[in-house]
Ligand binder design. Structure first.
Ligand code: ADP
Ligand code: MG
Length: 458
């Protein structure tokens, strides 16, 4: 590293630059060459004011990266050289032509450790910021965030379980993103238990078991998805157990996902199960309606779709099943909208629900059940509720029936209209009216809630 000095340079700046050069020289044997060339050498100290040393940096990526990895070393080294405590301030002067991408960083680290390269690239959509947190996944997210800090977090291994389509794989990818952001050179291996089993069998067949083991074990972080797949496969279990042990003993971070708790994995070896349970075990349950609606809105904005709130709530309510199914409904709706001028409307969503998701309605309380509960409560017959009568008590009972029906089934206005023999606008009107009345009438609110409790199955 060479500097050109002029007489205008003040002495302290010259001193600073010499000190900096010494710090970099001192770091050279300790830092991968690629890091040195790409990140450290492009920095140059400009001035010193009091205890602040101003550094020019080619851009924000380099600055952030250096701060996350080398700030401590640089500051203490420079303080030693200058004989006074200093801290660094980075100034991005914009010579960073394009931000260094994750891929490039991957390449960088692979040049320093070529044989150890892991090819895992987390899906850009699966980040923590795109993951909606609700009551049912709160613990899993907290666990995943803690585990993403690495082995120091003590959440190791982390075991996440839950039914299919509830976000386990998403969380594994989110952990990987987080770790790479913190430490770009980190070696992360993501493997599904199925792929592990297949690679293992292949390695056995081709006599490359040593290479297989080396590859599996040369990682800093081991993410294993769908671990339930190994249940009943004794040889694979044994191999996985050895990998697990090796990694755990060398303090590597391990995160496992499964569709069932460790207790229910049929493992040949008790030891394996207790190892799985030795860190933190968290579960994910199906999200509630509000969380489902929030997930839909998040996905929609991610895909630049204009999803009205009322449509999100309708889908969240009417489309049962896991989050993947819910996403499928959104995609379907987006396709329908694109065929009809590009705008998603409530009517369109109702049609779609009616056409594709009616089967899920059958699991909900039935129309007759709701009618008879309302009829019993108000002492008004079923037929009167369904009649054309405009008498106030009958109209009120009818409106309550509509409200409860809609609330509990999420059925479309059109569908409700056909059940009550009215058009869809009078259904919306009835629903709105009761909703408004409930706001200032505590008795009505209590009545509706107790009707819902009475009708709800279980
Ligand atoms: P699993 O691995 O549990 O079967 P995935 O991680 O593949 O489930 O999730 C299925 C889909 O649902 C993914 O597209 C994922 O992004 C989405 N998803 C699940 N839960 C959430 C959530 N809480 N917020 C946002 N998206 C979610
Ligand atoms: Mg999965």
């Amino acid at each position: 590293m060479s500097f050109q000095y002029t007489f205008e340079d003040r002495e302290e700046v010259i001193q600073l630059q010499l000190a900096w050069a010494n710090v970099i020289k001192g770091l050279t044997p300790k830092v991968p060459k690629a890091h040195l060339d790409k990140f450290l050498k492009p920095l140059s100290p400009k001035t010193i004011h009091g205890e602040v040393v101003h550094l020019n940096s080619p851009g924000p990526f380099v600055s952030e990266w250096v701060k996350s990895k080398y700030l401590g070393l640089l500051e203490s080294g420079l303080s030693d050289e200058l004989g006074q405590i200093v801290r660094l301030e980075f100034h991005n002067i914009g010579r960073e032509i394009s931000p260094v991408k994750f891929e490039d960083v991957g390449k960088l680290s692979s040049t320093t450790r070529p044989q150890l390269e892991s090819s895992f690239r987390p899906n850009a959509k699966y980040k923590f910021e795109n993951f909606v947190v609700g009551q049912q996944n709160r613990m899993a997210v907290a666990g995943a965030k803690a585990a993403s800090l690495g082995p120091e977090s003590k959440v190791n291994p982390l075991f996440i379980y839950g039914k299919s389509g509830l976000g386990k794989t998403h969380l594994l990818h989110a952990i990987a993103h987080e770790m790479v952001a913190r430490e770009p050179g980190i070696r992360i291996d993501y493997v599904t238990a199925q792929a592990f089993a297949e690679q293992f069998v292949l390695a056995l067949q081709s006599g490359k078991i040593d290479a297989f083991r080396r590859l599996q074990r040369n990682v800093d972080v081991w993410l294993v998805d769908d671990i339930q797949f190994i249940a009943g496969k004794d040889k694979t279990q044994e191999e996985l157990f050895h990998t697990f042990n090796t990694l755990q003993q060398s303090g590597k971070q391990i995160i496992l996902c499964s569709d069932r708790p460790p207790m229910e994995l049929f493992l040949m070896d008790e030891r394996l199960r207790s190892r799985f349970e030795s860190g933190l075990v968290v579960d994910i349950q199906e999200p509630d309606t509000e969380t489902r609606a929030a997930i839909l809105l998040t996905k929609a904005s991610q895909d630049d779709l204009d999803l009205p709130m009322e449509v999100a709530i309708l889908l969240a309510d009417a489309v049962r099943g896991n989050v993947r199914v819910l996403e499928g409904a959104l995609t379907k709706l987006a396709v329908m909208a694109s065929l009809e001028g590009g705008v998603i409307t409530l009517e369109m969503a109702e049609q779609m629900v009616e056409k594709y998701y009616q089967s899920s309605v059958s699991a909900k309380p039935r129309f007759e059940q709701i009618l008879s509960a309302v009829s019993r409560y108000y002492k008004i017959s079923r037929d009167q509720i369904l009649s054309e009568s405009r008498q106030a008590p009958i109209v009120h009972a009818r409106h309550v029936a509509v409200y409860v029906m809609r609330k509990m089934t999420g059925d479309s206005w059109n569908h409700l209209g056909s059940l009550f023999n009215k058009d869809h606008t009078s259904m919306m009107h009835a629903y709105q009216k009761i909703g408004e009345k409930m706001l200032c009438d505590r008795d009505l609110e209590a009545t509706v809630n107790s009707l819902i409790r009475e009708i709800r199955p279980h």
